[in-house]
Design a binder for this molecule. Structure first.
Ligand code: UGA
Ligand code: MN
Length: 332
Protein backbone atom coordinates (compact mmCIF):
# COMPACT_ATOMS: atom_id res chain seq x y z
CA UNK A 1 0.00 0.00 0.00
CA UNK A 2 2.75 2.40 1.10
CA UNK A 3 4.86 1.37 -1.90
CA UNK A 4 1.94 2.06 -4.23
CA UNK A 5 1.44 5.58 -2.87
CA UNK A 6 5.17 6.29 -3.11
CA UNK A 7 5.40 5.24 -6.73
CA UNK A 8 2.31 7.33 -7.53
CA UNK A 9 3.92 10.35 -5.89
CA UNK A 10 7.07 9.82 -7.94
CA UNK A 11 5.00 9.58 -11.11
CA UNK A 12 3.12 12.79 -10.28
CA UNK A 13 6.43 14.57 -9.63
CA UNK A 14 7.86 13.37 -12.93
CA UNK A 15 4.77 14.63 -14.77
CA UNK A 16 4.99 18.03 -13.01
CA UNK A 17 8.71 18.44 -13.78
CA UNK A 18 8.23 17.41 -17.41
CA UNK A 19 5.32 19.85 -17.84
CA UNK A 20 7.37 22.70 -16.39
CA UNK A 21 10.26 21.88 -18.74
CA UNK A 22 7.91 21.74 -21.71
CA UNK A 23 6.47 25.15 -20.78
CA UNK A 24 9.94 26.70 -20.64
CA UNK A 25 10.91 25.19 -24.00
CA UNK A 26 7.66 26.32 -25.62
CA UNK A 27 8.11 29.84 -24.27
CA UNK A 28 11.67 30.00 -25.64
CA UNK A 29 10.46 28.73 -29.01
CA UNK A 30 7.71 31.36 -29.11
CA UNK A 31 10.25 34.10 -28.30
CA UNK A 32 12.54 32.87 -31.03
CA UNK A 33 9.73 32.64 -33.55
CA UNK A 34 8.71 36.21 -32.75
CA UNK A 35 12.26 37.45 -33.26
CA UNK A 36 12.52 35.56 -36.56
CA UNK A 37 9.29 36.90 -37.94
CA UNK A 38 6.96 35.04 -40.24
CA UNK A 39 8.77 33.31 -43.11
CA UNK A 40 5.70 33.72 -45.34
CA UNK A 41 5.72 37.45 -44.73
CA UNK A 42 4.43 39.65 -47.59
CA UNK A 43 7.14 40.67 -50.09
CA UNK A 44 5.96 44.33 -50.42
CA UNK A 45 6.00 44.83 -46.69
CA UNK A 46 9.55 43.48 -46.69
CA UNK A 47 10.70 46.10 -49.15
CA UNK A 48 9.21 48.91 -47.04
CA UNK A 49 11.05 47.69 -44.00
CA UNK A 50 14.39 47.06 -45.66
CA UNK A 51 16.39 49.17 -43.27
CA UNK A 52 14.63 47.89 -40.18
CA UNK A 53 15.15 44.35 -41.41
CA UNK A 54 18.88 44.88 -41.55
CA UNK A 55 18.94 46.07 -37.98
CA UNK A 56 16.63 43.28 -36.88
CA UNK A 57 18.80 40.65 -38.54
CA UNK A 58 21.86 41.89 -36.67
CA UNK A 59 19.87 41.67 -33.46
CA UNK A 60 18.66 38.22 -34.43
CA UNK A 61 22.18 37.02 -35.05
CA UNK A 62 23.17 38.11 -31.57
CA UNK A 63 20.15 36.43 -30.06
CA UNK A 64 20.70 33.21 -31.98
CA UNK A 65 24.33 33.02 -31.04
CA UNK A 66 23.33 33.52 -27.45
CA UNK A 67 20.87 30.70 -27.71
CA UNK A 68 23.22 28.43 -29.63
CA UNK A 69 24.51 25.58 -27.59
CA UNK A 70 22.17 26.43 -24.77
CA UNK A 71 18.79 25.40 -26.02
CA UNK A 72 18.78 25.04 -29.79
CA UNK A 73 21.18 23.22 -32.05
CA UNK A 74 22.80 25.71 -34.46
CA UNK A 75 21.35 24.16 -37.60
CA UNK A 76 17.76 24.31 -36.38
CA UNK A 77 18.02 27.89 -35.18
CA UNK A 78 19.71 29.13 -38.32
CA UNK A 79 17.49 27.32 -40.79
CA UNK A 80 14.52 28.71 -38.94
CA UNK A 81 15.48 32.34 -39.49
CA UNK A 82 17.06 31.89 -42.91
CA UNK A 83 20.01 34.14 -42.09
CA UNK A 84 22.78 34.22 -44.70
CA UNK A 85 25.87 33.13 -42.79
CA UNK A 86 29.34 33.30 -44.37
CA UNK A 87 29.78 29.79 -45.80
CA UNK A 88 32.31 27.37 -44.38
CA UNK A 89 34.41 25.28 -46.77
CA UNK A 90 35.67 22.21 -44.97
CA UNK A 91 38.33 20.13 -46.72
CA UNK A 92 38.77 16.55 -45.53
CA UNK A 93 41.58 14.38 -46.86
CA UNK A 94 40.80 10.69 -46.51
CA UNK A 95 42.14 7.29 -47.56
CA UNK A 96 40.99 3.69 -47.62
CA UNK A 97 41.61 1.70 -44.44
CA UNK A 98 39.68 -0.41 -41.92
CA UNK A 99 38.55 2.56 -39.91
CA UNK A 100 37.70 4.93 -42.76
CA UNK A 101 33.93 4.50 -42.84
CA UNK A 102 33.60 4.69 -39.08
CA UNK A 103 35.67 7.90 -39.02
CA UNK A 104 33.85 9.46 -41.96
CA UNK A 105 30.44 8.54 -40.53
CA UNK A 106 31.29 10.25 -37.26
CA UNK A 107 32.55 13.32 -39.05
CA UNK A 108 29.58 13.44 -41.46
CA UNK A 109 27.13 13.22 -38.60
CA UNK A 110 28.94 16.03 -36.82
CA UNK A 111 28.89 18.28 -39.87
CA UNK A 112 25.19 17.55 -40.40
CA UNK A 113 24.55 19.87 -37.46
CA UNK A 114 26.32 22.78 -39.12
CA UNK A 115 24.42 25.07 -41.50
CA UNK A 116 25.94 26.81 -44.53
CA UNK A 117 28.78 24.34 -44.83
CA UNK A 118 30.23 22.85 -48.00
CA UNK A 119 32.16 19.63 -47.41
CA UNK A 120 35.00 18.87 -49.79
CA UNK A 121 36.09 15.28 -49.33
CA UNK A 122 39.24 14.40 -51.24
CA UNK A 123 40.28 10.80 -51.38
CA UNK A 124 43.92 9.78 -51.56
CA UNK A 125 43.11 7.51 -54.51
CA UNK A 126 42.97 7.27 -58.29
CA UNK A 127 39.19 7.73 -58.33
CA UNK A 128 36.51 8.78 -55.87
CA UNK A 129 35.04 5.58 -54.41
CA UNK A 130 31.35 4.74 -54.59
CA UNK A 131 31.11 3.76 -50.94
CA UNK A 132 32.40 7.19 -49.87
CA UNK A 133 30.09 8.93 -52.36
CA UNK A 134 27.09 7.09 -50.92
CA UNK A 135 28.00 8.25 -47.43
CA UNK A 136 28.22 11.83 -48.68
CA UNK A 137 24.80 11.63 -50.33
CA UNK A 138 23.28 10.15 -47.16
CA UNK A 139 24.65 13.06 -45.12
CA UNK A 140 22.40 15.48 -47.01
CA UNK A 141 25.24 18.01 -46.87
CA UNK A 142 26.28 20.10 -49.86
CA UNK A 143 29.50 18.34 -50.85
CA UNK A 144 32.18 17.92 -53.49
CA UNK A 145 33.79 14.52 -53.86
CA UNK A 146 37.28 14.49 -55.38
CA UNK A 147 40.40 12.38 -55.44
CA UNK A 148 44.12 12.93 -55.92
CA UNK A 149 47.16 10.71 -55.73
CA UNK A 150 50.74 11.38 -54.82
CA UNK A 151 52.73 12.09 -58.03
CA UNK A 152 55.27 9.32 -58.80
CA UNK A 153 58.27 11.57 -58.12
CA UNK A 154 57.14 11.89 -54.47
CA UNK A 155 56.14 8.24 -53.99
CA UNK A 156 59.35 7.32 -52.17
CA UNK A 157 59.93 10.68 -50.56
CA UNK A 158 60.86 10.35 -46.92
CA UNK A 159 59.60 12.84 -44.36
CA UNK A 160 56.45 13.48 -46.35
CA UNK A 161 53.31 14.68 -44.61
CA UNK A 162 50.08 12.73 -44.81
CA UNK A 163 47.20 13.85 -47.00
CA UNK A 164 49.23 16.52 -48.80
CA UNK A 165 48.17 16.09 -52.41
CA UNK A 166 44.51 15.51 -51.66
CA UNK A 167 44.46 18.61 -49.45
CA UNK A 168 46.07 20.50 -52.33
CA UNK A 169 43.34 19.24 -54.66
CA UNK A 170 40.68 20.44 -52.22
CA UNK A 171 42.38 23.80 -52.05
CA UNK A 172 42.47 24.01 -55.84
CA UNK A 173 38.71 23.38 -55.92
CA UNK A 174 38.02 26.04 -53.30
CA UNK A 175 40.16 28.61 -55.12
CA UNK A 176 38.25 27.90 -58.31
CA UNK A 177 34.71 27.77 -56.91
CA UNK A 178 34.49 29.92 -53.81
CA UNK A 179 35.10 33.60 -53.30
CA UNK A 180 33.75 34.33 -49.84
CA UNK A 181 33.72 32.39 -46.65
CA UNK A 182 36.05 30.54 -44.35
CA UNK A 183 38.31 27.57 -45.04
CA UNK A 184 39.02 24.79 -42.56
CA UNK A 185 40.94 21.52 -42.93
CA UNK A 186 39.16 18.78 -40.98
CA UNK A 187 41.03 15.47 -40.85
CA UNK A 188 38.63 12.54 -40.96
CA UNK A 189 39.64 11.03 -37.61
CA UNK A 190 39.49 14.05 -35.31
CA UNK A 191 36.60 14.94 -33.02
CA UNK A 192 34.87 18.29 -33.43
CA UNK A 193 32.53 20.14 -31.10
CA UNK A 194 30.03 21.81 -33.43
CA UNK A 195 30.44 25.11 -31.58
CA UNK A 196 33.87 25.56 -33.18
CA UNK A 197 32.26 25.82 -36.62
CA UNK A 198 30.03 28.72 -35.55
CA UNK A 199 32.99 30.42 -33.92
CA UNK A 200 35.28 30.08 -36.95
CA UNK A 201 32.59 31.46 -39.24
CA UNK A 202 33.50 34.94 -38.01
CA UNK A 203 37.19 34.58 -38.97
CA UNK A 204 38.40 37.87 -40.46
CA UNK A 205 41.90 36.75 -41.48
CA UNK A 206 42.93 33.63 -39.57
CA UNK A 207 41.56 32.18 -36.39
CA UNK A 208 43.35 29.77 -34.05
CA UNK A 209 42.21 27.57 -31.19
CA UNK A 210 43.46 24.75 -28.94
CA UNK A 211 43.60 21.12 -30.09
CA UNK A 212 43.27 18.48 -27.41
CA UNK A 213 44.91 15.05 -27.09
CA UNK A 214 47.98 15.82 -29.13
CA UNK A 215 51.74 15.33 -28.99
CA UNK A 216 53.82 15.20 -25.82
CA UNK A 217 51.94 17.90 -23.95
CA UNK A 218 48.53 16.36 -24.62
CA UNK A 219 47.41 19.77 -25.85
CA UNK A 220 48.45 22.29 -28.46
CA UNK A 221 47.33 25.86 -27.96
CA UNK A 222 48.09 29.40 -28.94
CA UNK A 223 49.36 31.41 -25.97
CA UNK A 224 47.07 34.40 -25.51
CA UNK A 225 47.96 37.50 -23.54
CA UNK A 226 45.57 40.46 -23.33
CA UNK A 227 43.50 38.95 -26.13
CA UNK A 228 46.47 38.60 -28.53
CA UNK A 229 48.35 35.50 -29.66
CA UNK A 230 51.94 35.89 -28.48
CA UNK A 231 53.34 32.34 -28.88
CA UNK A 232 52.38 28.66 -29.17
CA UNK A 233 52.25 26.06 -26.45
CA UNK A 234 52.96 22.94 -28.51
CA UNK A 235 55.10 19.84 -28.06
CA UNK A 236 56.85 20.46 -31.39
CA UNK A 237 58.33 23.92 -31.87
CA UNK A 238 61.33 23.15 -34.13
CA UNK A 239 61.61 26.60 -35.64
CA UNK A 240 57.95 26.81 -36.52
CA UNK A 241 56.55 30.33 -36.62
CA UNK A 242 53.05 28.87 -36.30
CA UNK A 243 53.30 25.81 -34.07
CA UNK A 244 49.73 24.70 -34.68
CA UNK A 245 48.03 21.49 -35.79
CA UNK A 246 45.98 21.30 -38.98
CA UNK A 247 42.83 21.15 -36.83
CA UNK A 248 43.77 24.31 -34.93
CA UNK A 249 43.21 27.09 -37.46
CA UNK A 250 40.77 28.47 -40.03
CA UNK A 251 41.38 31.15 -42.65
CA UNK A 252 39.18 33.61 -44.47
CA UNK A 253 39.03 32.99 -48.22
CA UNK A 254 40.09 36.59 -48.90
CA UNK A 255 43.45 35.69 -47.38
CA UNK A 256 43.63 32.53 -49.49
CA UNK A 257 42.85 34.42 -52.70
CA UNK A 258 45.32 37.17 -51.81
CA UNK A 259 48.14 34.59 -52.09
CA UNK A 260 47.28 32.55 -55.19
CA UNK A 261 50.47 30.47 -54.96
CA UNK A 262 50.05 29.45 -51.33
CA UNK A 263 49.79 25.69 -50.92
CA UNK A 264 50.34 22.85 -48.48
CA UNK A 265 54.06 22.02 -48.36
CA UNK A 266 55.07 18.36 -48.34
CA UNK A 267 57.54 18.22 -45.44
CA UNK A 268 56.01 16.36 -42.52
CA UNK A 269 55.29 18.48 -39.42
CA UNK A 270 55.62 21.68 -41.42
CA UNK A 271 52.36 21.51 -43.39
CA UNK A 272 50.48 23.99 -41.21
CA UNK A 273 53.40 26.34 -40.59
CA UNK A 274 54.32 26.37 -44.29
CA UNK A 275 50.78 27.05 -45.43
CA UNK A 276 50.21 29.89 -42.95
CA UNK A 277 53.58 31.46 -43.79
CA UNK A 278 52.79 31.28 -47.51
CA UNK A 279 49.54 33.10 -46.76
CA UNK A 280 51.77 35.90 -45.46
CA UNK A 281 50.14 35.86 -42.07
CA UNK A 282 51.68 37.36 -38.97
CA UNK A 283 51.10 36.56 -35.32
CA UNK A 284 49.05 39.74 -34.89
CA UNK A 285 46.64 38.55 -37.61
CA UNK A 286 45.57 35.58 -35.50
CA UNK A 287 42.19 35.71 -33.83
CA UNK A 288 42.01 33.41 -30.78
CA UNK A 289 38.73 31.46 -30.58
CA UNK A 290 37.31 29.04 -28.00
CA UNK A 291 36.90 31.83 -25.46
CA UNK A 292 40.39 33.23 -25.79
CA UNK A 293 41.81 29.69 -26.20
CA UNK A 294 40.66 28.62 -22.76
CA UNK A 295 38.58 25.66 -23.94
CA UNK A 296 39.11 22.64 -26.17
CA UNK A 297 36.60 22.26 -29.00
CA UNK A 298 38.69 20.00 -31.26
CA UNK A 299 40.51 16.80 -30.33
CA UNK A 300 43.23 15.01 -32.24
CA UNK A 301 41.63 11.61 -31.69
CA UNK A 302 43.04 8.54 -33.43
CA UNK A 303 40.96 5.48 -34.14
CA UNK A 304 42.43 2.16 -33.03
CA UNK A 305 43.16 -0.17 -35.90
CA UNK A 306 41.15 -3.36 -35.65
CA UNK A 307 42.01 -6.61 -37.46
CA UNK A 308 41.33 -6.59 -41.20
CA UNK A 309 38.13 -8.51 -41.97
CA UNK A 310 38.65 -11.31 -44.46
CA UNK A 311 36.06 -13.39 -46.34
CA UNK A 312 38.17 -16.49 -45.58
CA UNK A 313 37.04 -16.20 -41.98
CA UNK A 314 33.52 -17.23 -42.98
CA UNK A 315 33.31 -20.94 -42.32
CA UNK A 316 31.88 -23.33 -44.93
CA UNK A 317 28.70 -23.99 -42.95
CA UNK A 318 27.92 -20.23 -43.01
CA UNK A 319 28.34 -19.64 -46.72
CA UNK A 320 24.56 -19.56 -47.20
CA UNK A 321 24.03 -16.88 -44.51
CA UNK A 322 24.13 -13.09 -44.16
CA UNK A 323 27.86 -13.26 -43.44
CA UNK A 324 28.78 -13.40 -47.12
CA UNK A 325 26.87 -10.16 -47.81
CA UNK A 326 28.16 -8.54 -44.65
CA UNK A 327 31.76 -9.23 -45.62
CA UNK A 328 31.12 -8.07 -49.19
CA UNK A 329 29.74 -4.80 -47.84
CA UNK A 330 32.53 -4.07 -45.41
CA UNK A 331 35.24 -4.99 -47.89
CA UNK A 332 34.04 -2.60 -50.61
C1 UGA B 1 48.90 14.73 -37.92
C2 UGA B 1 48.22 16.04 -38.26
O1 UGA B 1 47.10 16.24 -37.41
C3 UGA B 1 47.77 16.00 -39.72
O2 UGA B 1 47.02 17.12 -40.07
C4 UGA B 1 49.02 15.87 -40.59
O3 UGA B 1 48.66 15.77 -41.95
C5 UGA B 1 49.73 14.58 -40.19
O4 UGA B 1 50.02 14.57 -38.79
C6 UGA B 1 51.05 14.38 -40.96
O5 UGA B 1 51.81 13.51 -40.54
O6 UGA B 1 51.28 15.01 -41.97
P1 UGA B 1 47.90 12.20 -37.87
O7 UGA B 1 46.77 11.87 -36.97
O8 UGA B 1 49.26 11.74 -37.51
O9 UGA B 1 47.90 13.77 -38.12
O10 UGA B 1 47.61 11.73 -39.40
P2 UGA B 1 46.35 11.03 -40.03
O11 UGA B 1 45.11 11.34 -39.28
O12 UGA B 1 46.67 9.62 -40.28
O13 UGA B 1 46.30 11.77 -41.45
C7 UGA B 1 45.88 13.11 -41.59
C8 UGA B 1 44.78 13.20 -42.65
O14 UGA B 1 45.31 12.81 -43.91
C9 UGA B 1 43.58 12.30 -42.37
O15 UGA B 1 42.39 12.94 -42.72
C10 UGA B 1 43.84 11.09 -43.25
O16 UGA B 1 42.66 10.43 -43.68
C11 UGA B 1 44.59 11.71 -44.43
N1 UGA B 1 45.56 10.78 -45.06
C12 UGA B 1 46.46 10.10 -44.31
C13 UGA B 1 45.53 10.59 -46.43
O17 UGA B 1 44.70 11.20 -47.12
N2 UGA B 1 46.42 9.73 -47.00
C14 UGA B 1 47.33 9.01 -46.28
O18 UGA B 1 48.10 8.23 -46.85
C15 UGA B 1 47.35 9.21 -44.89
MN1 MN C 1 44.69 11.94 -37.36
Amino acid sequence: MVRLTLSRMVMVMVVVVESLYLMVVLQKMAELEMSCGDPDHDQDEDEDDDENDLVDKEEMKKELLLINGVLFPDAAATAWCGIAWPPLYVITPTYKRNTQLADLTRLAQTLMHVPALHWIVVEDAEHPREVVGELLVRSGLPFTHLSATTPPEYKDAKMMGRGVFNRREGLRWVREHATEGVLYFADDDNTYDIRIFEQMRGTRRASVFPVGMILSLGISSPVVRDGKVVAFHDGFQAGRKFAVDMAGFAVNLRVVHASPGATIPIRVSYLEDGFLRQLRLELEDLEPLAWGCTQVLVWHTRTNRPATPNMDHVTKDHLDTNLVHLYRNILR
